[in-house]
Ligand binder design. Structure first.
Ligand SMILES: Nc1nc2c(ncn2[C@@H]2O[C@H](COP(=O)(O)OP(=O)(O)OP(=O)(O)O)[C@@H](O)[C@H]2O)c(=O)[nH]1
Ligand SMILES: [Mg+2]
Ligand SMILES: [Zn+2]
Length: 295
């Protein structure tokens, strides 16, 4: 890097412009691509730019990517904030378990957020609260309305590039607004200039938090297919099962049809709840039935 260059992260792309946040002081530069740069550039990419004037620049180089997410299309994601609500809509443990599985599978840090704790919990929400916090998952109870849990989410996101995930109506966009309150003035000015806050646009945007870290909003979804993997690749992404596998007869136990199995034992005496085990089996069976297609 030369004296008139800086490194930063792309927080959004609009109409041929790339908005790059400076790693050093958080200021934002509106950049064009250097003509010879032919590769595809994604939100989340770490880049080197040459400074022109007035917070404008030319993008010179895209640094190697750690990973690339497809929905939303973002590079270098490190964490997933999985948002469900106490109620309205009641949470689905099946969707939660799939999102947890995918987070671990993609080596991302999952953070479960149960939002709308200002309204009474549904039966499903209670089941979730009874298991995940004690089973070693990151778990935060929040309300975008009262502000409860907001600081905890900020703390969890520090140093991360996070995406929101979860069903429609759980409060992802509302939470993001609550989280980014107290954005520093400069960022707000620049953001206003580049049209932040218009939720009609479909572009992917990383919102920088003043406490550190970035979050991208995503539209809600309710179905997720399993990736093309083999049956033995499912269990390793259920970290809460690990502590019970000493009692499994086989080292590569699927906790499925095996006779002597610590996980099934834990399921029987209630240390693993029925829904969590059943969701595991549903995902495992999906993987087993699609295995035949790749052969
Ligand atoms: N009571 C209560 N309502 C909330 C809370 N957070 C969000 N809401 C409401 O829930 C509704 C849905 O919120 P959104 O933020 O749009 O939900 P979303 O997850 O972004 O939904 P999609 O964009 O469709 O995926 C809105 O009416 C919000 O006002 C909360 O903490 N408590
Ligand atoms: Mg939304
Ligand atoms: Zn087993």
């Amino acid at each position: 890097m030369t004296a008139n260059q800086l490194s930063g992260i792309i927080i959004k792309k609009i109409a041929g412009f790339y908005y790059v946040q400076n790693d050093e002081d958080g200021s934002i530069y509106e950049c064009k691509l250097r003509g010879k740069l032919k590769q595809q550039v994604l939100t989340g990419d770490k880049v080197i730019i040459t400074i022109l004037d007035n917070y404008r620049g030319i993008m010179e180089q895209v640094l190697p990517r750690e990973n690339e997410l497809y929905r939303p299309k973002i590079a270098n994601v490190t964490a997933v904030i999985i948002v469900f609500a106490h109620d309205r809509p009641a949470p689905s443990s099946m969707l939660l378990d799939r999102l947890l599985f995918l987070s671990y599978y993609q080596r991302l840090l999952p953070i479960i957020v149960l939002n709308k704790c200002d309204i009474p919990e549904s039966e499903k929400a209670k089941q979730i609260k009874d298991y995940y916090p004690t089973a070693g998952f990151n778990f935060i109870l929040s309300s975008a309305k009262t502000g409860c849990g907001i600081q905890e989410i900020r703390d969890a996101v520090q140093g991360q590039v996070a995406v929101m995930a979860g069903p429609s109506g759980s409060g992802k966009s509302t939470l993001l607004n609550a989280l980014s309150e107290g954005l520093d003035i400069r960022t707000q000015e620049v953001s206003a200039k580049i049209g932040r806050g218009k939720h009609t646009t479909r572009h992917v945007e990383l919102f920088p938090l003043t406490t550190g870290g970035f979050i991208a909003d995503t539209p809600g979804f309710s179905v997720i297919d399993m990736p093309p993997i083999t049956r033995r690749e499912v269990t390793p992404h259920f970290p809460d099962f690990d502590q019970y596998t000493d009692l499994c007869e086989f080292r590569d136990c699927l906790h499925y049809k095996e006779r002597t199995c610590g996980v099934k034992q834990a399921r029987e005496d209630g240390r693993i709840p029925e829904f969590r085990y059943n969701n595991y089996i549903t995902m495992l069976e999906e993987v087993i039935s699609s295995e035949r297609c790749y052969k």
